[in-house]
Design a binder for this molecule. Sequence first.
Ligand SMILES: [Zn+2]
Length: 297
Amino acid sequence: MKDQLTKALVCEGRVRLYLVRTTDLVQEARDRFDCYPCAAAALGRTLSVGTMMGSMLKSKQEMLTITINGGGPLGTIMVDAYADGSVRGFVSNPHVPTKTREDGHLDVADVVGKEGTLTVTKDLHMAENWTGTVDLQSGEIGDDFAYYFTLSEQTPTAVSVGVLVGPDQNILASGAMIIQMLPDATDTDISICEHVLEGLKPMSTLIQEYDDTNLEELARDMFEGVHILSTEPVSFSCPCSKERMERALATIADADLKAMIEEDHGAEVTCNFCNEHYQFSEAELKAILEHKYDFQA
Ligand SMILES: [Zn+2]
């Protein structure tokens, strides 16, 4: 199966179920930043939940930014998510040394840290952005998002997310699940969901087991009477371009642009969010300097 996001309703429409496969997009993030295993897992988990949160937005103009900083050696995780299922993101320290727990799993919580916050900022195309911040609960990211949804968005939510990194540091499987109680959910609905969650295998295991089929199949195996709403592709995608970088260069002070031209004879601009490098020749920089006030107009 390809990376995809399935939205469904269960418990006769009183509970929302989201399932996402993100193996390829987390691999792309890993490759772009040369992430070591713990960084790949932490960024991958955040990107995976990000795809689902992006798909909850109401219109194509809206987007959201997730920022996690737990005070650990990984630094900050930042992810942008869009309504069309695309995400982009980075961590401050992609080369964070690998830590494993006693059970052999990557110790994501240790590199993320527990002393910090998870912040979600939504650009809903209104006068002011909406922001919600919660204290990190475990640094494992899944639990932290569950706490965020329940506290900040007042929607009781279970989150399961997993990234399986192979011995060669490639991503073997990655995916996530969100189960949300809608306002009319009953106590029985909650019991049913708790029962499903108790028997649920780790998300990366499920993604591997269902890789020959699709997520709709997984949803039907999890719950009785599933109503599938949609299945759409998700991807790592950054809207940066040479034109955008040109506009960014046009905001730099004349003296700094002149220094790039006269001393460096060119410039390389790197996008933080996708690590794409853009080269500007001396002639291109001269043109930007000459026309910079047109860019700003
Ligand atoms: Zn970019």
